[in-house]
Design a protein. Structure first.
Length: 454
C-alpha cells in the first residue's frame, strides 16, 4: 500500500496541505511525535504533486506519473546504449533490447505499476550515469557541465530515497578499470567533481534553510538510523542477493536462449574485447547499487530496482552482437513476419490495458466497502476505529486516497461515526446503530440521536 500512501501525500501537497519539507498524510498520522509524513525524503511527493495540480484528483493521476517515470527511465537506458554504440550503427539499432530486458524483471514492472519511490529514483540514477558517461567521453569544455549534471541528479536521487541515491558516484572509477581511454587519476578527478555538486547543495540547505535542516535531520535520526538499528525486515543480510537473482531470471533466460539458439556464432563474438569489458563495467555498476544494501537487515525487493537497468545493459552487450551476426542471414520475409507478431502483441497488450482500465485489479471487496463508506460519510470525513482497523493500511489509505476520510484511534471520539472489523462490534457500544449497506470487510455505525459531525 506504499504507493497509495504516497499518492495521498502528493495529492495533499497539491491541495496546499503540508509543505515541501514537511509533507502531510492525515490528521491522525503521527510518528516520533511529528504529524508530518517523514518516511522518505520529500522530492518524490513534490514532483508527483505537480501531476495532481495539472490533472486533478482522478484515480489515473498517479498512473500518469508512473508512466512518465517509466518512459523517462527507458529514454535514458536507450540513450546510454546509443552513446556507447554511436560508431556502430548496426548495433545502435538494438537500443530496444536493454529496455525490454529491464522491464521483464518482475520487481521493475511491479514497482512502476504501484507508484513506488523507486520509479523516480530509477530516473535520477540513470540520468546521473548517462551524464557521467557523457562527461567521460567528451574531450571539450562541455565535459565539466555533464559531470556537474551527473552530480545534480545524484542529489535528486538522494533527496528521493536517501543514501542509495549516491551509488552512481562510482561510475568513473569503474569505467577506468575496464577502459584504457580513462586513466585512474582522471577517474578520481571526475568522481570528485560529481560528488561536490550534491555536497554543496546539502551544505547550502543545511546552513541557510531552517526547514530543510529540521527535515533532513529528522529523517536521518528518526527514520534512517533508527530504522536500521531497530526495524530489521530480514534475518540474513544477504537475503536481498537471492531476491535479485530471482528477479534477474527472466533476462537470464533470454541470455541463455540466445546463446543456445545462436551458438554457431559464439566464436566470432569472443573476439569482441571492448564489448566484453563494457558488459562487465555495467555489471559492476549494478552490483554497486545492490551490495551496499547488504550492510543492513532492512531490505525489500524494490530497493534494488534502480540497479536493474545496468544488469539489463550488461546482458544486452553480450546478446546484441550474437543476434546481429545471425540476423543478417535471415530472409526479409521472416523479419517482416517477426515484426508483425511483435506489433500484434503490442496492440493486444495496449487494447487489453485500455479495456481493463478503471477495474479493480486487487482488493475488490475493500474497494467496494470504501466506495460505500465514502457515499455515506462524504469527502474529508473522519471515522473512529480501533487500533486493529487503523492498522489495516489498505482500508485506511484507500479511504484517504479516494474520499480523504481519515481514521482516528482516539479513545471515546465524540460525534464520530465508527468503523469496526466485520461482526466485531463491542458489547459496550451504546448510542450507535449499524448501517446495513452491504459492507463485506467492516461494519459502519452512526450515532442514534444526533447528526454525524465531521
Amino acid at each position: 500500500m506504499d504507493g497509495t500512501q504516497y499518492a495521498v501525500v502528493a495529492r495533499n501537497l497539491a491541495e496546499g496541505h503540508g509543505t515541501f519539507w514537511f509533507p502531510f498524510l492525515s490528521e491522525t498520522w503521527n510518528r516520533e511525535g511529528l504529524n508530518a509524513f517523514m518516511e522518505q525524503p520529500p522530492l518524490f511527493y513534490f514532483l508527483e504533486s505537480l501531476f495532481f495540480r495539472a490533472f486533478g484528483d482522478g484515480f489515473l493521476v498517479e498512473k500518469l506519473f508512473c508512466l512518465f517515470t517509466l518512459l523517462s527511465s527507458a529514454f535514458f537506458i536507450q540513450g546510454i546504449w546509443k552513446m556507447l554504440f554511436r560508431k556502430q550503427p548496426e548495433l545502435l539499432a538494438f537500443y530496444w533490447l536493454p529496455v525490454l530486458l529491464w522491464f521483464i524483471s518482475p520487481s521493475v514492472s511491479w514497482v512502476f505499476k504501484n507508484n513506488l519511490i523507486e520509479t523516480l529514483m530509477s530516473c535520477f540514477v540513470l540520468a546521473s550515469v548517462y551524464f557521467s558517461l557523457a562527461g567521460i567521453q567528451n574531450t571539450h569544455a562541455l565535459k565539466w557541465l555533464y559531470l556537474i549534471l551527473a552530480g545534480f541528479f545524484i542529489f535528486c536521487g538522494s533527496l528521493t530515497k536517501g543514501l542509495p541515491g549516491f551509488f552512481p558516484i562510482v561510475v568513473p572509477v569503474f569505467y577506468a578499470l575496464f577502459h584504457n581511454s580513462l586513466s585512474f587519476k582522471k577517474s578520481l578527478l571526475h568522481t570528485v567533481v560529481i560528488s561536490v555538486m550534491p555536497l554543496l547543495i546539502y551544505f547550502y540547505l543545511w546552513q541557510f534553510s531552517v526547514s530543510a535542516k529540521e527535515s533532513i535531520g529528522f529523517y536521518i535520526e528518526h527514520r534512517l538510523l533508527n530504522r536500521i538499528e531497530n526495524d530489521p525486515t530480514v534475518n540474513n543480510r544477504f537475503t536481498i542477493l537471492l531476491w535479485l537473482f530471482i528477479d534477474l531470471l527472466p533476462m537470464l533466460f533470454v541470455f541463455v536462449f540466445v546463446f543456445l539458439f545462436f551458438k554457431q556464432k559464439l566464436a566470432g563474438i569472443q573476439r569482441e574485447k571492448t564489448t566484453l569489458k563494457t558488459a562487465v563495467f555495467f555489471f559492476c555498476v549494478g552490483l554497486s547499487g545492490v551490495l551496499p544494501l547488504c550492510i543492513t537487515k532492512v531490505q525489500r525487493e524494490m530497493y534494488y530496482v534502480p540497479a536493474i537497468p545496468f544488469f539489463a545493459l550488461a546482458m544486452s552487450f553480450f546478446i546484441a552482437p550474437v543476434i546481429l551476426k545471425s540476423a543478417i542471414h535471415w530472409p526479409q520475409a521472416l523479419l517482416r513476419k517477426l515484426g508483425l507478431v511483435l506489433a500484434g502483441l503490442f496492440l493486444f497488450t495496449l487494447g487489453y490495458s485500455i479495456f481493463k482500465a478503471g477495474s479493480d485489479a486487487r482488493d475488490h471487496e475493500v474497494l467496494q466497502d470504501v466506495r460505500a463508506i465514502g457515499k455515506i460519510i462524504g469527502k474529508s470525513g473522519k471515522l473512529y476505529s480501533p487500533y486493529l482497523v487503523y492498522r489495516r493500511w489498505d482500508l485506511q489509505f484507500y479511504l484517504l486516497r479516494y474520499f480523504n476520510i481519515s481514521l482516528s484511534g482516539e479513545v471515546g471520539a465524540q460525534g464520530l461515526s465508527r468503523i469496526y472489523s466485520k461482526n466485531q462490534m463491542p458489547d459496550t457500544l451504546k448510542g450507535y446503530h449499524k448501517l446495513n449497506v452491504g459492507l463485506r470487510t467492516v461494519d459502519l455505525f452512526l450515532r442514534d440521536a444526533a447528526p454525524v459531525k465531521h
